[in-house]
Design a protein. Structure first.
Length: 131
């Protein structure tokens, strides 16, 4: 294979691409190849956790990303009666906490999946993280 530069990276996932960017910024010529013909369309990054965001900030993409994203703390601003946020699931307290609603939010596609609605007592018998 000719003209691949100094480094050939196999795999255009986050690890391959960030490595390529890091090397390119240091003046190293990089070629990235991938077995897939196009970007995979099934969502695999619906949510980013703080360590990932720190890395993204280090690479200088945080502003761009957050401008397109829905930040989970914004939920607290929009919905005063929100309960807690557990592993991507959001628990709403309804009617003075008599009822509870659990939703899972796909932030990328801005779709909300209702996972549970019931009384507080019924809520105590489910696992909000897996329901
Ligand atoms: C359904 C699903 C949902 C997920 N949701 C989230 C989420 O919300 N938040 C989050 O942070 N993480 C999520 N993840 C995890 C995240 O996708 C992975 O941690 C991340 O993609 C790993 O990055 P990677 O670069 O190591 O590998 P990958 O992303 O798997 O990239 C590897 C690349 O190498 C290519 N490749 C492999 N073998 C070859 C070969 N022999 N020749 C050429 N190319 C090859 C593949 O086509 C692929 O593009 C999810 C994963 C899945 C499966």
């Amino acid at each position: 294979m000719e003209n691949v530069g100094d480094v050939l990276i196999c795999g255009a996932g986050p690890v391959g691409l960030l490595t390529a960017i890091g090397l390119a910024r240091r003046g190293i010529r990089v070629t990235v190849i991938d077995g897939e013909p196009a970007v995979v369309q099934s969502p695999r990054a619906t949510g980013y956790f703080p360590p990932t965001l720190e890395l993204i900030a280090e690479f200088g993409f945080y502003e761009d990303l957050s401008a397109r994203a829905f930040l989970s703390h914004e939920l607290k601003l929009h919905f005063r009666l929100i309960g807690e946020i557990v592993d991507g699931r959001v628990v709403f307290n309804i009617a003075g906490n008599k009822y509870r609603l659990v939703v899972w939010i796909n932030y990328t596609y801005r779709v909300v999946y209702m996972r549970f609605v019931g009384t507080h007592r019924q809520y105590d018998n489910i696992d909000a993280q897996t329901v």
